[in-house]
Write a protein that binds this ligand. Structure first.
Ligand SMILES: [Zn+2]
Length: 148
């Protein structure tokens, strides 16, 4: 079956989000996010420490530091600093949002979330769905091709 134009776009943005995740200096896990409104990428993010903190996500026991921001939170707060609005936008993220990020996604007025990897619990996804946000999973088969 031929893929819809939206599906092809979704796959491209997800691939871009995955490439963007490579910017993360976190060693345990690298996550990337993009916020798209209309046909423009209005924000991007990857998991990492806040501005002004050293670029190390893990403590000496290899646990993620409590002040590390998730990719979605970084992308949403970047919009907050800009003249753009995330209202009605789509968030592309390489891993399913956690419950904390899902709260931010809801409050930021994001309408749709497309993600590619299941992360720990489904609490975040369930919260998004409860809020009426369209949630879509598109899995990666490999770098070039995306599984249906
Ligand atoms: Zn999160």
């Amino acid at each position: 079956m031929e893929k819809s134009k939206q599906r092809l776009l979704d796959e491209r943005y997800l691939r871009m989000a995955r490439i963007w995740a490579e910017n993360s200096y976190c060693t345990r896990r690298q996550v990337g996010a993009l916020i798209v409104r209309g046909d423009a990428i209005i924000s991007d993010g990857y998991n990492g420490t806040p501005s002004g903190f050293e670029n190390i996500c893990e403590d000496e026991d290899n646990r993620t530091k409590p002040y590390v921001l998730h990719a979605e939170a970084n992308a949403i707060t970047k919009v907050a600093k800009s003249n753009n609005s995330s209202f009605g936008a789509t968030l592309y993220v390489t891993a399913s949002p956690c419950i904390e990020c899902s709260k931010l996604i809801i409050q930021a007025g994001i309408r749709r979330v497309v993600y590619s990897e299941h992360y720990r619990s489904a609490d975040g996804i369930e919260l998004l769905q409860k809020a009426g946000i369209e949630v879509e999973y598109i899995g990666f088969a490999d770098d070039k091709e995306i599984k249906d």
